[in-house]
Design a protein around this ligand. Structure first.
Ligand SMILES: [Zn+2]
Length: 132
């Protein structure tokens, strides 16, 4: 439907999974370095948390030292959820294909280039709110 083969989707899933691990490691390190006990306790939980819940957990804590990583992690986890739901590569706005080339550059893209630029013009900024 999205013009992506199972094989291509599996490759993106693999790529996103690796990115997720790298981000969690970076966030974990930042939490431990912060020296705050509640953060250290959370850092322990970050590694055990089920797919999907890590970014949510971190956003709820509002940890400034890893905000950028947390935002990216949320995008990565949302993309992994779309793969599981069979809607990866399908634009969340118009339902059309996001486009293979665009996904190679932005594997977490949830909109086609047309819908994304329309939004950016409308909001005057990058939309980082994950919507499933
Ligand atoms: Zn679209």
């Amino acid at each position: 439907m999205a013009g992506l083969s199972q094989q291509e989707i599996a490759r993106f899933q693999n790529l996103l999974g690796q990115r997720r691990e790298a981000l969690i490691d970076a966030i974990h390190a930042a939490l431990v370095k912060s020296g705050d006990e509640s953060f250290i306790e959370l850092a322990g939980r970050v590694h055990d948390a089920a797919e999907e819940s890590v970014a949510e957990l971190l956003m709820a804590m509002n940890i400034s030292s890893s905000k950028r990583e947390t935002a990216e992690l949320a995008d990565v986890e949302a993309a992994l959820a779309r793969i599981r739901n069979g809607v990866y590569g399908v634009c969340s706005d118009c339902g059309g294909p996001v486009g293979r080339d665009r996904l190679h550059v932005y594997p977490t893209a949830k909109r086609c280039i047309d819908c994304q630029s329309r939004r950016e013009n409308m909001r005057g900024g990058r939309d980082s709110t994950p919507s499933l």
